[in-house]
Design a protein around this ligand. Structure first.
Ligand SMILES: Cc1cc2nc3c(=O)[nH]c(=O)nc-3n(C[C@H](O)[C@H](O)[C@H](O)COP(=O)(O)O)c2cc1C
Length: 218
């Protein structure tokens, strides 16, 4: 009888030990395993998505250049807004001989600009140091409209550079005239590059409107 009691007691103790051991294994391992999986998935998502989104939004590699010519500052203002939105570099086309207010007098048919715009062969000299455009994938190209066309110094610029492999996006400012044939004229003179349809802006265009235009280009 006593041996039987001892045997039963030992059997009960063994059962208790087995149950306790299984229970502790079940409760301790399952939650850790789930949490670890969830953390691993969310971490790997962050790592995968960050490189896809950041460079496109912020142009951290500075692959965009905004080139402009501006006689009275209007196109310059628009160029600076575009550069700010795109985190782009800026390059100003400066004439070797600056334009005076007499030069810009479109009421005088003998003013410098009247003469230049009426002569297809004239190419005013650029005074600013040349820019290395082949470090960039995209070049915005801004200028004012003179007599419905691009100023002749823009033709000097178009003919001076090789735009091979570069997307060129013309834009202009004016008193109201559209971009007209300026874009196709410059494209033909350049003879290389992927030229996108250009756009005319008023001098007071907002950054929000410029941002919408840029979003349409993508
Ligand atoms: C010589 C000359 C010709 C112009 N011709 C035109 C024109 O044909 N149509 C127009 O809407 N504005 C014309 N304008 C106005 C300019 O396009 C406008 O003021 C432009 O925004 C000036 O840009 P900027 O300050 O960057 O030089 C002319 C201006 C000048 C000086």
């Amino acid at each position: 009888m006593r041996i039987n009691k001892i045997f039963k007691l030992m059997a009960a103790l063994i059962m208790l030990c087995v149950l306790t051991a299984c229970g502790s294994q079940t409760t301790s391992s399952a939650p850790v395993s789930t949490e670890t999986t969830a953390e691993t998935v969310s971490e790997s998502k962050e790592i995968e998505t960050a490189p896809d989104t950041e460079p496109a939004k912020t142009n951290t590699d500075r692959s965009v250049l905004v080139v402009y010519f501006s006689a009275t500052g209007t196109t310059k203002g628009v160029a600076e807004k575009i550069a700010s939105i795109m985190n782009a570099d800026l390059y100003e086309i400066l004439p070797s001989e600056p334009y005076t207010s007499e030069d810009l007098n479109y009421s005088d048919k003998n003013s410098r600009t009247s003469v230049e715009q009426n002569d297809k062969s004239i190419r005013p000299e650029i005074g600013s140091d040349p820019v290395e455009i082949h470090g960039y994938t995209t070049v915005f190209l801004g200028f004012p409209i003179w007599w419905g066309e691009e100023p002749k110094i823009m033709e000097t610029f178009a003919e001076s550079y090789d735009f091979d492999g570069i997307t060129v996006i013309p834009f202009c400012t004016s008193g109201g005239s559209g971009i007209g044939t300026a874009e196709s004229d410059l494209k033909d003179l350049a003879g290389s590059g992927n030229w996108i349809e250009g756009r005319r802006f008023g001098g007071n265009v907002s950054e929000a409107d410029l941002q919408s235009w840029i979003d349409e280009l993508k």
